[in-house]
Design a protein around this ligand. Structure first.
Ligand code: AMP
Ligand code: GLY
Length: 421
């Protein structure tokens, strides 16, 4: 009988997961999903915060595996609730999810494990923070400790900017209580890379390196977004270097977590900066990256679900995830005004035409209107992904397919994966 999975979440990352599982013969449920996901999975309208509802769905449908997409439910203990009900889940416990849920905790683990990361200090007042700024010099990173939906990091170019960020986080509590503890970190420079690996708590299986394009504007200008596109591989991070980074970063962290009695199983995503002084970990995420996953998963050969299941249940092969040679590029199409409050309700056309070219169109912020037409319903609306023999071919295919899709106010960077090969 076909294996059954439940994918929790409603974005492009979850659509890519659902597509990968469904295309290898899995029966897939998704909650809460979106109209694109509904084409590949049985979608149930249960929010990610409804842990009891998700546990009941997984139990009722007898799924073999639950994959949790976003970080918030992991930090809130969804994996624990599922495990307590005897359900196999890919995702860390609430305690282990603190690697993403608390930047101060992640720093402490990295230091204990000897993992290369920027010098930093955890502070609880503006004055303490300014003392750390004086010590590290400018530019300096000011980071809210807790989850801040990707908005909790300010790179301050002046002492005034650093003070303003510290005041907003600590005195005004713009990121809530979890943001009143702040990490001040030395400013680092260099290309960034996302290195994702899955673990069952001991073994580590990495994906190829990927790159995410965070700023809204071409040439990496303007405010940060959730990510405007992604590419894999990253030519400056060949496989042997990725293996080395996993040995220097993921393995020691996973060993340190096990030593502390809080084993980490799930996806450990290291956001790295390749500085002239060597790699430095900027942050950990405890789940698949978005949009990196939309570029990575279409490269996977074989049954991704079996690999995810092995990580979730124990007994994962300690070897990189098998991927096809070549490259993959995903280009995000975002709604008007994003990353501000996105305009919604704009009609989307051309998705089927784009897919007919052989590209994948992963849906994120989409909905069906009263007439059943596909409309924008969030910041990042779609990601158009294509494979190629090399980055340039994948990029050209992705943009050719993307050009067939239209909605009013669309924002799309034209320089994703440009100039890489
Ligand atoms: P994070 O959420 O910690 O990955 O930070 C978000 C973004 O801020 C990163 O992708 C980097 O572009 C930037 N960033 C984070 N830490 C630093 C740092 N110490 N120096 C310079 N830029 C940083
Ligand atoms: N690509 C950034 C993230 O998933 O947080």
């Amino acid at each position: 009988m076909a294996r059954r999975a439940l994918v929790v979440g409603n974005g492009g990352r979850e659509h890519a997961l659902v597509r990968a599982l469904a295309s290898t013969g899995w029966t897939v449920f998704a909650a809460p999903g979106n109209p694109g996901i509904a084409a590949d999975a049985d979608v149930r309208d249960i929010p990610v915060s409804d842990h009891a509802g998700l546990v009941a769905l997984a139990a009722d449908e007898g799924v073999d595996l639950v994959v949790v997409g976003p970080e918030a439910p992991l930090v809130a203990g969804l994996a624990d609730a599922l495990r307590a009900a005897g359900i196999t889940v890919l995702g860390p416990s609430r305690e282990a999810a603190q690697l993403e849920g608390s930047k101060a905790f992640a720093k402490e683990v990295m230091i204990a494990a000897g993992v290369p990361t920027g010098r930093s200090q955890t502070v609880g007042s503006v004055e303490e923070g300014m003392a750390a700024v004086a010590e590290f010099g400018l530019p300096v990173a000011v980071k809210a400790d807790g989850l801040a939906a990707g908005k909790g990091v300010v790179i301050a170019q002046s002492a005034d900017e650093a003070r303003a960020a510290l005041e907003a986080m600590i005195d005004e509590g713009v990121f809530g209580d979890a943001g009143r503890t702040v990490l001040v970190e030395e400013g680092l420079i260099g290309p960034e890379v996302s290195l994702l690996a899955i673990s069952d708590g001991t073994a580590v299986a990495r994906f190829p390196a990927a790159r995410d394009y965070k700023p809204i504007g071409e040439g990496n200008t303007g405010p940060n977004t959730g990510g405007m596109g992604s590419v894999s591989p990253v030519p400056d991070i060949p496989d042997h270097l990725a293996d080395q980074l996993v040995n220097e970063v993921h393995r020691p962290v996973i060993a340190e977590m096990a030593r502390r009695g809080i084993p980490f199983s799930g996806v450990l995503y290291a956001g790295l900066m390749m500085t002239p002084g060597g790699p430095r970990v900027l942050e950990f995420n405890v789940r698949f990256g978005d949009p990196e996953t939309q570029a990575l998963l279409p490269r996977v050969t074989g049954d991704l679900g079996e690999v995810l299941l092995a990580a979730a249940a124990g007994g994962l092969d300690d070897a990189p995830v098998s991927v096809a040679p070549g490259a993959s590029v995903a280009v995000v199409q975002a709604a008007a005004n994003y990353p501000g409050d996105p305009r919604t309700g704009d009609r989307i056309t051309g998705v089927a035409e784009a897919q007919a070219t052989g590209a994948e169109v992963f849906q994120a912020g989409t909905a069906l209107d009263a007439d059943g037409a596909l409309v924008t319903a969030g910041g990042r609306v779609l990601a158009v992904q294509a494979l190629g023999d090399d980055v340039e071919q994948a990029r050209q295919r992705a943009y050719a397919a993307a050009s067939l899709i239209h909605f009013d106010g669309m924002q799309m960077r034209r320089d994703i994966a440009a100039g890489m090969s």
